[in-house]
Design a protein around this ligand. Sequence first.
Ligand SMILES: Nc1nc2c(c(=O)[nH]1)N[C@H]1C(S)=C(S)[C@@H](COP(=O)(O)OP(=O)(O)OC[C@H]3O[C@@H](n4cnc5c(=O)[nH]c(N)nc54)[C@H](O)[C@@H]3O)O[C@H]1N2
Ligand SMILES: Nc1nc2c(c(=O)[nH]1)N[C@H]1C(S)=C(S)[C@@H](COP(=O)(O)OP(=O)(O)OC[C@H]3O[C@@H](n4cnc5c(=O)[nH]c(N)nc54)[C@H](O)[C@@H]3O)O[C@H]1N2
Ligand SMILES: [Mo]
Length: 765
Amino acid sequence: MSINHSSPSKKSHAAGGWGALRSCGKHLLASGAAITGAKTLLKANQPDGFDCPGCAWGDPEHGSSFEFCENGVKAVAWEATDRRATPDIFATHTVSELRGWSDYALENLGRLTEPMVYDRATDRYVPVAWEAAFAGIAAELNALNDPNEAEFYTSGRASNEAAFLYQLFVRMFGTNNFPDCSNMCHEASGVGLMQSVGVGKGTVLLEDFEHADAIFVIGQNPGTNHPRMLGDLRRAAQRGARVVVLNPVRERGLERFADPQDKVEMLRGGSSSVASHYVQPKLGGDMAVIRGIAKLIFARDAAEIAAGRDSLLDLDFIATHTNGLGDWRTEVEATSWAQIEDQSGLPRAEIEMLADVYLGADKVIATWAMGVTQHKHSVATVREIANLLLLRGHVGREGAGLCPVRGHSNVQGDRTMGINENAPEWFIAALEREFDLTLPRAPGHNVLHAINAMVEGKSKAFIGLGGNFVRATPDTDLVDAAMSRCRLTVQIATKPNHSHLAPGEVAYLLPCLGRTEIDRNSRRRPQIVTVEDSMSMVHGSGGINRPASPHLRSEVQIIAGIAAATVGSAKVDWAAMADDYDLVRDRIERVIPGFEDFNVRVRKPRGFRLRNAAAEREWNTASGRAEFSAAPLPAEVEHQQARHTPGTYVLQTFRSHDQYNTTIYGHDDRYRGVYGERRVVFMNPADIADLGLAANAHVDVVGDDADGRARSAEDFRLVAYDIPRGCVAGYYPELNAVVPFSKAGDLSDTPLSKSVVVTFRARAA
Ligand SMILES: Nc1nc2c(c(=O)[nH]1)N[C@H]1C(S)=C(S)[C@@H](COP(=O)(O)OP(=O)(O)OC[C@H]3O[C@@H](n4cnc5c(=O)[nH]c(N)nc54)[C@H](O)[C@@H]3O)O[C@H]1N2
Ligand SMILES: Nc1nc2c(c(=O)[nH]1)N[C@H]1C(S)=C(S)[C@@H](COP(=O)(O)OP(=O)(O)OC[C@H]3O[C@@H](n4cnc5c(=O)[nH]c(N)nc54)[C@H](O)[C@@H]3O)O[C@H]1N2
Ligand SMILES: [Mo]
């Protein structure tokens, strides 16, 4: 445990600041987009601009000035680049040759410019006309024995309009196979919150951060992944709120932050602390930490009551709004301190300090991301966090609430639009009524089901609406081979990536417009799309740049083209909707509650907020109340199991500062002091010594082969780091080679990307 105090000048150690500005300039220049890039940035997250493709953090209400964000700059510059992956490039390089390129080199080819089809004879992608591509895809899809032999993947950048049309088309085609990036991301948050509070989304608004007294930031690295959140955390810290961080790794952005928007701070070279309390649990130890806090609260509450004083719990809220406290309390009291300390990796004294912060605050927010959701017991952990907040009524009032911080900029909206392999009955029934259809009910595939079906040869077609399925999923080689064995692969994308280089027998690569580009219809009228952020705010997004190529089509147009060719236009006028997105929004309004007056409200500067019942203390659970969960702690999490086998460690795979998921912008991880390389493993110095090695030694990372599959990733440098013993860290996607597809989160099916069991093999020096 450490407590930070503001100190005036720690320039070189602060996140943000001049380093961030320098890095921005570098990325704008490297993308060859310095001028359009700068102009483009001024329109990011502005009322009349486009939604930043970077992250899903909310936009401020009075956002008249551009909110600077280094990693937003990279995301925008990467898309607004001058580089082009033209047919000439694909004529010069065979697919086999490109397969040997790095993720960085591939995307660095630039924007795709023309629709292409794979020519097996020459092993090259060659241009194809759009209509021929649509007809070819339709012929393949309609030739399948069963619609359930096709997988329709969605990555979270797709707009609401694209997602809505996509799911409508796929259901009309006859399947609910909707693997999506959310299955690898916040699935556990959705499942857990749905069970606990009846809504699978966060309950807070951005404004709540202005009122909270304590903010628990759990398993999240906002300095890199949600930089604009740091500004909100810092403002909270400055007005005296406690910011408590739970993270095995000391992430610099959470310790100190110099706001590039703050001119005085920038000139003085100052920075201010963000975290008031920073604790480093072991991987997968968060549920035990929360349980420890609860155990202390129950004990202190009992003492208060015995002494004739008021309860520490919000008894009115608990009585009126919740169910199941007794069972949870019994479970907490039955959990031993020995188990809590061992599983969390924290001494009781540190947990006591967290309990003090919690009890000392009138308004508490808990935020979390992948450090919570990518474990086996993630749903139970999310529910334990909800339990803690429910104890004192911290849900459904100002300055308090649950805040899973989403990843992709519209991953939450895509789910709202029906990208869901197991959509609720009301949703499918509403679609049927609106379009006069009969749609399938049987639940379809999530990402893990899709991988299994492709590996077993049961799924024969893969359509990807964005993303990089081969590199984002576990067991890279296995998924790559399974993708190549498909009869049909279709990838709708902005830039080339490895998923495009695992072509099926028939393979199309279809280039689309990005967020930053003007999307004009047949009458040259610019179209806007809409997105939903982590705070359920829905707003419009209209590009401002000239399209990267005149041949590009929007995602909406591409989906409409495939749909019209595959299922026909008798029930749905795809072409009309693709030419006027207002017509898509009219349909969304009639199918999904909360979108009343969609076309009017979305043109208001900040858009509108979708109603969140839990935030109004209306609980859409079976009991009509918020549910405490009473799950036991896991008997052993991976770091405890690892002790049974010497030489075994638990690996988390996280993001460097220079990447966006599988998109690699550069090879530095500035805040963690790594430059010019990505093949590193962060390890406690004592663990390095235990291996009989020295810092900087090179090793192979060897994965778990209990399911009969050998796994390894070669040649990583050991970096001595402030990380708990037994726990190590390294970058995704390189380390997906050792993440097993055969293990997944309970009830979430999310790959265990933050608790991968590994050993190390020394390499000859
Ligand atoms: N620039 C940039 N922005 C992004 C992305 C990107 O790649 N680049 N990706 C987007 C997407 S899709 C997502 S989902 C989000 C991801 O946002 P994050 O969740 O912040 O992403 P990760 O890099 O995976 O970081 C996980 C953090 O959790 C910590 N952690 C790991 N395991 C545990 C654990 O068991 N307990 C605790 N308490 N902490 C743990 C790690 O040390 C790390 O700090 O960011 C989004 N925004
Ligand atoms: N080991 C490990 N694996 C992980 C994770 C982890 O932490 N560890 N994180 C998981 C998480 S949280 C997520 S969300 C997934 C991400 O999985 P994905 O969403 O599948 O992957 P991305 O890297 O975001 O996709 C990048 C590609 O999207 C395309 N693209 C970019 N913009 C657009 C656009 O506007 N439209 C279209 N159509 N295409 C576009 C580009 O071609 C680019 O190459 O990865 C997961 N995998
Ligand atoms: Mo994500």
